[in-house]
Design a protein around this ligand. Structure first.
Ligand code: AP5
Length: 187
């Protein structure tokens, strides 16, 4: 399984991605998690990415390519993977296809679109802000992240739709309900 999780910020990509890891026994590759770890460790990559992340903008494409390519090359990703937060725009999707071709795979298998309304997203992420204090979980930045998603990432729905690889799931409900919907569309 070579799965891409698509969805607006707060749509549940990370949460459902963890459940998919447990279910399918393949790794999840999250560019957001990798970037936050780099920011926390104050690595050069983290220092480069921090301002864009705090503002809710995408970091430069070249910053994330190395993260993804290195992780895809690890042994545990050979039998499949779940990508959470990558690709984030058409250029990244093209580069992902090229990376997979170099590994002998014919692109991704499926792209899963988790659909959640903007108001539900704002509610979830403001709720998370009280518990985790993520720098980009303030209302103005959340709303900007949604705009960035609509402008930069949502064209991927059409990109993968035209390839017959897109499946869509309503992302509102209990975690188990959503997970069952996901497993059903991935069969
Ligand atoms: P990233 O970490 O990818 O952030 P995001 O897409 O905004 O994702 P979130 O983690 O906020 O949401 P999610 O969809 O994973 O939902 P989650 O399961 O966490 O990226 C952060 C930043 O890094 C970007 O803005 C950008 O700057 C940079 N970046 C990352 N990748 C990049 C790339 N490829 N290119 C360039 N820049 C990149 O859930 C959210 C909350 O909702 C949680 O509290 C959860 O408990 C709750 N929740 C989940 N499901 C439900 C449910 N069903 N009901 C109620 N609450 C729920």
């Amino acid at each position: 399984m070579r799965l891409v999780l698509l969805g607006a910020p707060g749509s549940g990509k990370g949460t459902q991605g963890e459940k998919l890891v447990a279910h399918f026994g393949i790794p999840k590759i999250s560019t957001g998690d990798a970037l936050r770890a780099a920011v926390k460790a104050k690595t050069p990559l983290g220092m480069t990415a921090k301002a864009a992340m705090d503002a809710g903008d995408l970091v430069a494409n070249e910053v994330v390519y190395g993260i993804v390519e290195d992780r895809l090359a690890e042994d545990d990703a050979k039998k499949g993977f779940i990508l959470d937060g990558f690709p984030r725009n058409l250029a990244q999707a093209q580069v992902l296809d090229d990376m997979l071709k170099r590994q002998g795979a014919a692109g991704i298998g499926k792209a899963l679109h988790l659909h959640v309304t903007d108001e539900e997203i704002v509610k979830r992420l403001l709720d998370r802000a009280q518990k985790e204090g993520r720098a980009d979980d303030t209302e103005p930045v959340i709303r900007h992240r949604i705009e960035v998603y609509n402008a930069e990432t949502s064209p991927l729905l059409d990109f993968y739709g035209k390839q017959g690889k897109l499946v869509k799931v309503e992302g509102v409900g209990t975690l188990d309900e959503i997970f069952q919907r996901i497993v059903a569309v991935l069969k």
